[in-house]
Design a protein around this ligand. Structure first.
Ligand code: TRP
Length: 450
């Protein structure tokens, strides 16, 4: 079915789309909340180290395999497996990946729905509909169900229209605007009373905490989540990159953009927390742990906009709208994983596949919403903290041990003819063979023991 596969129309198109996938709630909701709840500066430090030392090499593994195969994860891994057992491992990894991608999407649409509701609440406030605005920002089952459904419907619509029509067009337009508004808000929050306390927590690491196995595994999960790794998202995106492109450089650009935006969001959220506390909003429990971590930013950011007077609601609208778009460019990349697989391996049309899978995943979201207290956190930690790094581990095994090194070189050479003599080729193959799998295992074992 090679003829029916799309391809990104330009290098910028791919960077925008892959960065669109990477940049999302993980950067602005996930990372800052995790950092705030797990030692601030210590978390930031470990996150940065792991993002460059483990997540980037794992991203490269997915991109190289994806572009080589020009196919979905299952077929791609089967294609490079040298024997029957490794073929089975490939099939298993691809299938588990698409189940994990679907589970991640099931909680992701819930959080994205909250973003949408907050954007609309700002509109309601602007037109003087106070009661509606209150309903939109309050945590209720009816609101959650409605917005989860709406967001899923949007995701399905875009995935139905295919790669360059849908994904690329959306990603390119609004990402730069998100960056700008983030920079503006960081500049603003730093002028407020209390912000400095937040800044200190964020930038001064407690070196004792850096070695805590619990912190390390959370930071690892956060980095893998933020770069959309393990489940085949980046593999599928890699499969749409043209052979002329220089993969290590593209992957590096995506990593840099993604990590910078997460770090930048930390400069907004942590100071905003302490500004809110300064203004009397409760954010810590009596024992000093964070109050309701998952919804933290939905308390402190609205409190921040409240300090802005009349400019608050329009800015809140802009910001939550852009976050909704950022979430959308990520959610489409998750849905693309099962959809690409079903479309390419069963004879099902894209339209039908997207809607059917979308409905199935939305049903899982409803189950999570009905048992929010125990399911929401559980699904998040199982998928992001455990499944993603473990799947990344298998990808590294494929690149480091199972796939012939010469074929990898051939693949990389297509877009960068002199690659053998560069630093990347000197380090990366050995690195994904020994260091990445070894360190991921070590982190797992120590978190299980500790
Ligand atoms: N990385 C995205 C974010 O930070 C979320 C995301 C998109 C994702 N595709 C993924 C996470 C695949 C895990 C797996 O919001």
């Amino acid at each position: 079915m090679a003829g029916t596969r799309g391809e990104f129309s330009s290098r910028l198109g791919f960077i925008a789309a892959a960065a669109g996938s990477a940049v999302g709630l993980g950067n602005i909701w996930g990372f800052p909340t995790q950092a705030a709840g797990n030692g601030g500066g210590a978390f930031l430090l470990v996150y940065l180290i792991l993002a460059f030392a483990l997540a980037y090499p794992a991203l490269m593994a997915e991109l190289v395999i994806g572009r080589h195969a020009h196919a979905n994860a299952v077929q791609a891994l089967q294609g490079i497996a040298p024997g029957a057992n490794s073929r089975r491992l490939g099939t298993g990894t691809g299938v588990v990946g698409f189940i994990v991608a679907s589970l991640i999407l099931s909680f992701y649409v819930i959080v994205a729905g909250w973003m949408m509701a907050h954007a609309l609440a700002a509109v309601a406030q602007l037109v003087g509909a106070g009661a509606l605005a209150n309903w939109l920002v309050e945590f209720s089952l009816s609101r959650n169900l409605l917005f989860t459904g709406l967001f899923m419907a949007l995701t399905v619509r875009i995935v139905q229209s295919g790669v360059s029509e849908g994904i690329e067009r959306w990603s390119r337009r609004l990402m730069p605007l998100l960056l700008l508004s983030l920079v503006f808000l960081v500049g603003y929050v730093l002028t407020l009373e209390g912000a400095l306390d937040g800044l200190k927590v964020y930038l001064l690491p407690d070196f004792q905490a850096v070695l805590s196995p619990n912190l390390i595994i959370r930071a690892l999960g956060s980095a893998f989540f933020s770069l959309s790794l393990g489940v085949g998202t980046m593999l599928v995106y890699g499969s749409y990159i043209s052979d002329r492109e220089n993969l290590p450089r593209l992957g590096g650009a995506v990593t840099l953009v993604d990590i910078s935006i997460a770090v930048l969001a930390g400069f907004l959220v942590l100071p905003a927390m302490y500004v809110a506390r300064h203004n009397g909003v409760e954010i810590f429990t009596a024992t000093g742990t964070l109050l309701s971590e998952d919804t933290l930013i939905f308390t402190v950011l609205p409190a921040l906009f409240d300090t802005m007077g009349v400019t608050g609601p329009p800015l809140a609208l802009l910001f939550f709208f852009l976050l909704t778009i950022a979430a959308l460019t990520s959610s489409i990349s998750m849905l693309e994983v099962p959809v690409a697989y079903v479309v390419e391996s069963r004879d099902v049309g894209r339209q039908r596949a997207a809607i059917t899978i979308g409905i199935l995943i939305a049903l899982v979201s409803v189950a999570i919403l009905l048992h929010f207290e125990w399911l929401f956190g559980l699904v998040i930690s199982l998928t992001t903290r455990y499944a993603q790094p473990l799947l990344g581990f298998v990808y590294c095994l494929f690149c480091g041990w199972l796939w012939h090194r010469h074929s990898i070189l051939q693949e990389l050479r297509k877009g960068s003819p002199g690659i053998e003599s560069g630093l990347f080729w000197k380090v990366w193959p050995t690195y994904v063979r020994y260091v990445c799998p070894g360190v991921i295992l070590l982190i797992f074992v120590s978190s299980l023991l500790g």
